[in-house]
Write a protein that binds this ligand. Sequence first.
Ligand code: SF4
Length: 252
Amino acid sequence: MATRTKSGKKKSPKPARRGKSAARKAIAAKKTSAKAASAAGTNPQRVAAILAKLDEAYPDATCELQHANAFQLLISTILSAQCTDVRVNQVTQQLYKKYATPAAFAYANPAELEKEIRPTGFFRNKTKSVMGASKAIVEKFGGQVPRTMEELLTLPGVARKTANVVLGTAYGIASGIVVDTHVIRLSQRLELTRDEDPKKIEQDLMTVIPQNKWIRFSHQLIWHGRRVCAARKPKCAECSLETLCNAPDKTV
Ligand code: SF4
């Protein structure tokens, strides 16, 4: 509405204000539509349908790193960074015969150990992590792999992903969700997260996935990523989640 100045002249509304208001409306609309899209991706019925399909396809999904106890699983998980589980299993078959206890790894000859784990890549850093974690387990935790996230994170070379693998698979403790490259890709394709950062993705997944499903869910996504939903050329025509998936790079 027009107003009058002190001298009585008519004063029109400033065009700049209309511009600002339009911009504000556009931002609000964008936020609303982002919220709506996010809500659509993570609504409980849709999440339950995804979980049911995964249970049907992979009822026995578990960690594919061979291990006889929590300590071996910890070492194998450290070795699996940037390496396939198949390769790690080939290496550890002999390794665990030679180094049968945490103390054996803790006080190993580093040059020898480097040579032995070389096929898994990044062998110098991995040797430091394996020996450092083993030493801490021997000297601070009485030779036992700790059972809490806080304690596990004090071990050299251990971040949340490794700690979640050990707690979930070796001890059955659902402390979080394993977020590896497959879990990142699939949770984005299935619209369970909009984040890129693994820590934030884990938080998003912990919000939408019921805690009693956390352990199996991460293994199921990893299995689906390895067998069907590959990074390049996902086999969407064979995918049991196809009707629930709106990924932009779907191949059907
Ligand atoms: S439909 Fe394709 S992109 Fe979507 S989850 Fe299945 S394989 Fe992956």
